[in-house]
Design a protein around this ligand. Structure first.
Ligand SMILES: Nc1ncnc2c1ncn2[C@@H]1O[C@H](COP(=O)(O)OP(=O)(O)OP(=O)(O)O)[C@@H](O)[C@H]1O
Ligand SMILES: [Mg+2]
Length: 435
């Protein structure tokens, strides 16, 4: 809640201020607060305001290489690959390790799109693996049956986990039978020598109700049989709610980890790490602006940061400044529009007509951005006074209730951009040389 208020204070008016203009007191104070309150250390600006382009980056090829380097460094579509790259999730990692490794619970990792569920699951897997567990990772697919989901996991169980010769029996059984929860439990009794952790990512993509129900039964039967097997199910909150409520008694075998928005400090670290990898720098105000626009989402932070960086290199600058962020946010909006033209059109229309409900819409969008998509099972997010969605926005929402959910859970940050920009003009790709 406090974060959301800060967002509004920090962001308000920044996008529209022409570059070079003196920042008003509020914005400067916002940037200082970012550092003091959150302990953030946003990237420091270089001593000289404008850095010269180096000779090797001149020309079309040089620009292309720089753009590639930037997009690799920000990697908005790639989950975090290494534990060092995972910012602000230490507490979540220890909850998972305690729950799964030491209490032998199953775990549920839930959160909105792009919040870092897969990244957390992978890094957890890395730690569990180092600690002696066997971790098998798979992602769900749309119309997969229970059998299709489980078969690849069972094939991957290492022989060393089982009594001698038993892996061979599993393979033979897999040839013969169609898998059900109880037949899988029978096969898993063969696992004796180390804990095996199955990570099911993208649980929300599984559409078959039978597959979901069978998976829940499998979790329950596995716990009841005290097997050395645990499951980590990953997905957006709403869908996992189904899983948890299907078997009331499963609840006590579960560690539920909801992936909440990251603190500004962690977002600041992600950005400074990405800028460093890109070979660029970002001044404090630009970094604070990106942090505010991301609303705690690592995906949005990387996407917005990347677009700001691309704007800077299109001007042959190595210092990312507020004007690059402004243009970059427009660029990010346009990229998002390509995947979701309906909502983009609604947002632009709402923003450009200067709707009377402006503050209402901003409040609603920032509430949605900081809140989980769907109700987190833990009910961790505090409720506040209801917000009535304006009729023009309703087609973009899944429910028209007091705490609406956007049908595209990545959307609220883009609505805020549209509101702040008063509509989104195409970004200015200044590809020509700047003297
Ligand atoms: N804690 C973190 N520190 C740094 N970067 C992160 C962190 N969490 C996520 N990211 C980055 O944010 C982006 C989204 O992360 P990830 O794919 O893990 O999210 P997700 O919740 O699994 O998304 P989806 O719902 O689409 O499956 C990726 O670029 C990833 O590298
Ligand atoms: Mg994911």
């Amino acid at each position: 809640m406090t974060q959301r208020k800060n967002w509004l204070q920090r962001l308000s008016g920044w996008f529209l201020r022409p570059s070079g203009q003196q920042a008003p007191q509020k914005a400067a104070a916002g940037a200082r607060r970012h550092k003091a309150v959150d302990g953030a250390s946003p990237p420091s600006p270089p001593k000289s305001g404008k850095l010269k382009a180096v000779a090797s980056e001149d020309g079309l090829l040089g620009q292309t290489r720089m753009r590639q380097r930037v997009s690799r460094a920000f990697g908005a579509s790639q989950p975090v690959q290494e534990r060092q790259g995972l910012c602000g999730r230490d507490r979540k990692l220890s909850e998972l390790l305690d729950g799964v490794r030491f209490r032998h619970n199953h775990a549920v990792i839930c959160g909105p799109r792009g919040s870092g569920k897969t990244s957390l699951a992978r890094v957890f897997g890395d730690y569990a693996d180092e600690d002696g567990a066997v971790v098998l990772y798979m992602a769900g697919s749309d119309d997969a049956s229970f059998d299709e989901l489980l078969r690849p996991y069972l094939k991957q169980i290492p022989e060393a986990c089982c009594s001698p010769g038993v892996k061979q029996e599993i393979m033979v059984a897999l040839e013969r039978e169609k898998l059900t929860a109880s037949s899988v439990v029978d096969l898993l009794t063969a696992i004796r020598y180390s804990q095996v952790i199955f990570i099911f990512d993208e649980f929300d993509r599984i559409t078959s109700p039978e597959a979901k129900a069978e998976l829940t039964t499998l979790m329950k039967l596995t716990s009841d049989a005290c097997l050395k097997v645990n499951y980590v199910v990953v997905g957006i909150a709403e869908n996992l709610h189904e899983l948890i409520t299907a078997h009331a008694s499963l609840r006590r075998h579960l560690t539920i980890v909801s992936v909440e928005p990251l603190a500004d400090e962690a977002i600041g670290r992600i950005l400074s790490d990405c800028f460093e990898k890109s070979g660029l720098q970002c001044d404090d105000k630009a970094a604070a602006m990106l942090t505010a626009a991301a609303c705690g989402s690592p995906y949005h932070a990387r996407l917005f940061g990347m677009h700001a960086a691309l704007q800077a290199i299109s001007e042959r600058e190595r210092l990312v400044q507020r004007r690059h962020v402004r243009d970059g946010l427009r660029g990010a909006f346009n990229e998002w529009r390509a995947g979701n033209p309906e909502d983009a059109a609604i947002f632009e229309q709402i923003a450009s007509t200067g709707a009377e409900e402006r503050s209402q819409i901003v409040r609603l969008a920032s509430h949605a951005a900081y809140r989980h998509a769907g109700s987190p099972p833990s009910g961790a997010i505090p409720r506040e006074e209801p917000i009535d969605p304006p009729p023009a926005l309703r087609p973009s929402l899944e429910t028209a209730e007091s705490f609406p959910i956007f049908r595209d859970s990545l959307a609220p940050q883009f609505l805020l951009i549209a509101m702040e920009m008063g509509g989104v003009a195409p970004p200015d790709h200044r590809m020509e040389a700047v003297e």
